[in-house]
Design a protein around this ligand. Structure first.
Ligand code: GLN
Length: 494
């Protein structure tokens, strides 16, 4: 029998349903891989007993002839930004260390209801702020990938969902949840040779997800292939009255609708994404992607997204502004850490708790956000950024009059080394240049692996779709996937 940890979501679900193996056997196999991979630091806490408990329930349902659910028997990793009842939820921050929620996030509950089980809580950038997983209080995740001929230099798994990308890529989990505020599903997926989709803003409930920038935050799946993403997204999505921005729309049957035939579809290639000095391998992979979609029957059209160059600065005003407001709640009174110096008053306690509890990047964002929202600067920065956001949405709306989906690189480079960018926040922020426009416009966007660069590291291609057209995005992703035939994987060293 194939090793169970080699199987993805669909294969596990179908195999359990067919009786080829039990859900408990699957959970046990992944628990072993998780326990043996501490060198990767992908998990903040492992919950092998939770995975077994869910698997036993699935096996019992099967024995009674009951339906097993969309994710029946599939153990997954849960980004530690989702509140999980009775299990520590930290957002990778000291300020939430030992915080054990009394409630379950809607998305994680949807997954458990669909038959999934939890292998553990995955590491991430602190409060999901970062592109390399280096801002975690619990230490950075190390990518399972290494450069060909690059010695053993440790590489970034991408961020903020770096624990998720590493767990899936290293076969510690068949799939994992991610969240994407400005690329945090797509960029780590691209860095580790896996697939991930951020759905339309509002598809997945934000209820119970630790808030970073509420007008941008969206949950989505990270998995080995497009089909697995479609299945898991179907389980995660749905209207939730507890989230005021939740979409009151039926969840389509994305898996059943998968179709790699692009005949009659127009694929837009945005002129402004072809930047001066673009990495040659990234440019070549993009050209290859264009050729693949043409081969799939699509017509290729050039489109213009003229405000692209303002997307990154607008994002790095709006996201910190919202974060500074959202993070005001961590005051040492209601959650997690409390630092109460001798003889301190209330204000001193707030200050001491926040000084000790937040990491440097989180503090930087709170300072930027507080500044751009302050009375004297609000119009110059925040209002201006909101106007730019509207222009970016309008760019996309106009482009989608000429095309059905847009194809672009996911990130401007392959994975970089740990420490290479962490001293230079601007260099780090630049890595998000292709990811943030779709976030600002609330559009569905996916990354699929497209090949390896000359250093032997994965590159991702990004598909951006119209609002609510996850199906179009998944289908174009599938058309790329069948042509890319991506089977490369990291050599096991951990
Ligand atoms: N890298 C981006 C940031 O640091 C995006 C993070 C995210 O999507 N959560 O804000």
């Amino acid at each position: 029998m194939t090793q169970l940890t080699e199987l993805g979501v669909a294969a596990i679900r179908d195999g359990v349903a067919a009786g080829s193996f039990t859900a408990v056997e699957v959970a046990e196999a992944f628990n072993v891989n998780v326990a043996a991979a501490s060198a990767l630091n992908a998990f903040i806490v492992a919950t092998p007993e939770k995975a077994i408990e869910a698997a036993k329930a699935t096996d019992a349902r099967r024995a009674k002839g009951e339906a097993l659910g969309l994710m029946g028997g599939v153990p997954i990793g849960m980004k530690d930004l989702f509140a999980t009842k009775g299990v520590q939820t930290t957002a990778a921050s000291h300020i939430l260390e030992h915080f054990v929620p009394e409630y379950e996030s809607t998305v994680s509950q949807n997954l458990w209801d669909a038959g999934a089980g939890m292998l553990g809580k995955l590491n991430l950038d602190q409060f999901a702020m970062g592109s390399s997983n280096e801002t975690s209080y619990f230490g950075n995740v190390i990518s399972p990938w290494r450069r060909k001929d690059g010695g053993n230099a440790a590489l970034a798994p991408g961020g903020s969902s770096g624990g998720s990308s590493t767990a899936v890529s290293a076969r510690l989990a068949p799939a994992a949840t991610g969240t994407d505020t400005g690329g945090s599903i797509r960029q780590p997926a691209a860095f580790t040779g896996i697939s991930g989709i951020k759905p339309t803003y509002g598809r997945c409930s934000r209820w119970g997800i630790v808030a970073f920038a509420s007008s941008l935050d969206q949950a989505g799946p990270m998995a080995r292939d497009v089909r697995d993403c479609a299945i898991m997204l179907e389980a995660m999505a749905g209207f939730d009255p507890k989230d005021a921005t939740s979409l009151d729309m039926a969840v389509p049957h994305w898996e059943a609708g998968l179709n790699p035939d692009m005949k009659g579809k127009r694929v837009g290639v945005p002129r402004e994404y072809r930047m001066d000095g673009m990495d040659a391998d990234v440019a070549a992979s993009w050209d290859q992607g264009i050729a693949w979609l043409e081969d799939a029957g699509a017509e290729i059209v050039e489109v213009s997204l003229p405000h692209t160059k303002y997307a990154l600065p607008a994002y790095y005003i709006i996201a910190p502004a919202e974060a500074s407001s959202n993070l005001a709640r961590y005051d040492g009174v209601r959650y997690g850490l409390r630092d109460l110096p001798d003889g301190a008053g209330l204000q001193d306690m707030y200050a001491a708790t926040r000084a000790a509890g937040f990491g440097a990047e989180v503090k930087r964002r709170i300072l930027i956000g507080t500044y751009v929202l302050s009375a004297g600067f609000y119009d110059a920065y925040y209002t201006q950024a909101q106007k730019v956001r509207t222009l970016i949405s309008r760019d996309f709306a106009q482009a989608f009059e000429q095309c059905d989906v847009i194809l672009a690189p996911t990130a401007p480079t392959a994975a970089f080394g740990l420490g290479e960018k962490s001293d230079d926040p601007l260099a780090m922020y630049l890595n998000d240049v292709f990811a943030v426009p779709a976030s600002l416009a609330g559009l569905p966007a996916m990354s699929v692996p497209a090949g390896l660069n000359r250093e032997g590291l994965p590159l991702g291609l990004q598909i951006i779709g119209r609002p609510f057209d996850e199906q179009g995005v998944l289908n174009a992703g599938l058309a790329l996937e069948v042509r890319a035939g991506f089977v490369a994987r990291p050599e096991k060293w951990w």
